[in-house]
Write a protein that binds this ligand. Structure first.
Ligand SMILES: NC(=O)c1ccc[n+]([C@@H]2O[C@H](COP(=O)([O-])OP(=O)(O)OC[C@H]3O[C@@H](n4cnc5c(N)ncnc54)[C@H](OP(=O)(O)O)[C@@H]3O)[C@@H](O)[C@H]2O)c1
Length: 253
């Protein structure tokens, strides 16, 4: 199937590693012109740029600094005139791994605000900055990358309630946007489950990953490329009339 992405301008936030990198590279393989953001790791951004090829554009952006999103979008517009596809993938992670022993009410206010504000306000600021660059172009697509921890399902994950609520906010954003943008710009959400990124490989020992895989209906954990393919489809003109949907890439968990 031709996804219709040749020549389209795609902007992926958080493309310096993980799911964002796989997504940026996958769009480039479909012939799109790909810009991506990094936050702290210019070296890893260079790795993504090299994988994309000559046309790559790496821009710096900090979810905690709405102004930086404006500059990032301005750089993409300067290079290519506008943006057809926006993938809101960047994330501010919790500073440490979830501590199941810590009670919810003991999380200091500064700590939860430092997590909530960049993820929620950063998503809003990103969309506000990018929409003027998208309006009036055909086949506009937005994909918001949420998480399965934002869903009311399964046994839950201790210690991830605040991170989960920051990802759940994306559903509310999408709900308003689909009504406003209608058929001009389709807006969808991809929710990965636990994905084998470099970060997760370092954080979780093989034994625990094997256990998780054994409890996954498909028998394996998702790769960044699995998630990327879902994002690329929803972000392409091949997605003709799907908007306001949530696509779970969890191996059936
Ligand atoms: N991995 C999973 O298991 C999983 C599961 C469910 C949902 N997700 C979602 O999938 C998306 C990608 O996750 P990932 O695992 O691929 O993440 P990752 O490998 O840790 O990469 C995170 C990306 O976000 C950037 N970033 C970090 N802090 C930032 C900030 N303050 N402002 C702007 N950008 C920032 C990083 O840039 P630098 O490297 O330059 O700092 C990097 O490009 C996230 O939205 C996450 O919530 C992931």
């Amino acid at each position: 199937m031709d996804l219709g992405l040749a020549g389209k301008v795609v902007f992926v936030t958080g493309g310096s590693r993980g799911i964002g990198r796989a997504t940026a590279v996958a769009f480039a393989r479909e012939g799109a012109r790909v810009a991506f953001s990094y936050h702290s790791d210019k070296e890893e951004a260079g790795v993504t740029a090299a994988a994309i090829g000559a046309e790559a554009l790496a821009v710096r952006f900090d979810l905690a600094d709405p102004e930086s999103m404006g500059s990032a979008v301005a750089a993409v517009r300067e290079r290519w005139g506008g943006i057809d596809v926006f993938v809101a993938n960047a994330v501010r992670w919790p500073d440490s791994l979830p501590d199941p022993g810590r009670r919810f009410e003991d999380v200091p206010r500064q700590e939860w605000r430092d997590l909530l504000r960049p993820n929620v306000e950063g998503a809003i600021a990103g969309l506000q900055a990018v929409l003027p660059a998208m309006r009036g172009r055909p086949d506009g697509r937005i994909v918001l990358v949420s998480s399965d921890v934002a869903r009311h399902r399964g046994p839950g994950t201790p210690g991830l309630g605040i991170y989960g609520s920051s990802k759940a906010a994306l559903a509310g954003l999408a709900n308003g946007l689909i009504a406003e943008l209608g058929g001009d710009i389709l807006v969808n959400i991809v929710t990965p489950g636990f994905t084998v990124t470099e970060r997760n490989l370092a954080a979780m020992p093989q034994r625990l990953r094997d256990e998780r895989a054994a409890h996954t209906p498909t028998g394996r954990l998702s790769t960044p490329e699995d998630v990327a393919r879902a994002i690329v489809f929803l972000g392409s003109p091949a997605n003709g009339n799907i908007t306001g949907e949530v696509l779970n890439v969890t191996g059936g968990v």
